[in-house]
Design a protein around this ligand. Sequence first.
Ligand SMILES: Cc1cc2nc3c(=O)[nH]c(=O)nc-3n(C[C@H](O)[C@H](O)[C@H](O)COP(=O)(O)O)c2cc1C
Length: 340
Amino acid sequence: MAVDMRTRYLGLDLHNPVVASSSPWTGDPAVVKRLEEAGVGAVVLPSLFEEEILNEEIELNRSLEQGDEQFGEALSYFPQIEDYKDTGDRYLARLEKTRSLVAIPVIASLNATTLGGWVRYARLMQDAGANALELNLYHVVADPAMNGTDREARDLELIAAVRAAVSIPLAVKLSPYYTALANFAHGAVKAGASGLVLFNRFYQPDLDLESLEIVNKVSLSTPAELRLPLRWIAILRPQLGEGVGLAATSGIHTATDAAKALLVGADVAMTTSAVLQHGVGRVKVIADGLAAWMAEHEYESVAQMRGSATAANILDPTAFERANYMTALRSYSTPADLVR
Ligand SMILES: Cc1cc2nc3c(=O)[nH]c(=O)nc-3n(C[C@H](O)[C@H](O)[C@H](O)COP(=O)(O)O)c2cc1C
């Protein structure tokens, strides 16, 4: 019997719970088409970063000022202004193109630094045909004068402002570093988030020992990283109820990783690193493997399987919380020959 792989995420109907999360690949409409052919249920486009747009504007203004000083040449700048397409325009054009190429839901992603930026681009993304928005909340709170309460209040204000500006579903991609994550997750939903994406992966800078310069190199994830979203989705699913979308991201490389994400209550299992590492075909390997795993374990549908192992459903609900800590430490066993 064929397994019913359909799922609902952010109120959208997906034919498969495997979703391609935000990455440079999802920014190329032709690659998104191939991801669709490989079986993804939806895609999240790369984030549009407000800083990129602002930096471009600064550069443009600078070159225009130079143009004014050289009067004879200045005229030649005007056609360029009309033709000028900034990062934002190009993003929206790619979004429209992607929307026209595929039938699966296309989720646009936005990382802005100002309230105005979030609202403006959120609307433009909606107008360009995005089926939903993902707000990528990414900040490192290094200012000693900024406390957690104020920082969180700002985030909630941003979510509420975007919610008020668009009518499409709104997901919020969270960092795992909130002091009281459950409290913030509830606050995000109250502020208007239709769903949460757990978790944003933070890229830690490295140091080059020769030049003493910072090395900003993205390292891809490993399946071990899935444990963090697993814990929090298991805790949050029963707290937030069925109406709130939950997406697992970080460490989903195989079909069994995706199965775990669904079992703890995620609506979708998002993957990026595995696809960047193995190619677009990885999506089919995960999706087909998931269906096979479900059939083998006698699950008829994603709906039936989803949430079977949340903190509310498992025998020891505290296993996802504090009690797990001591048990995990005590359960480590060292091979006898390694003890000198
Ligand atoms: C090269 C690269 C670029 C990414 N760009 C974005 C981005 O623009 N916006 C975003 O929210 N996440 C971005 N991500 C994060 C992924 O969407 C994903 O959440 C993260 O990699 C964890 O999932 P994974 O373990 O399947 O890779 C990027 C990841 C990689 C590896």
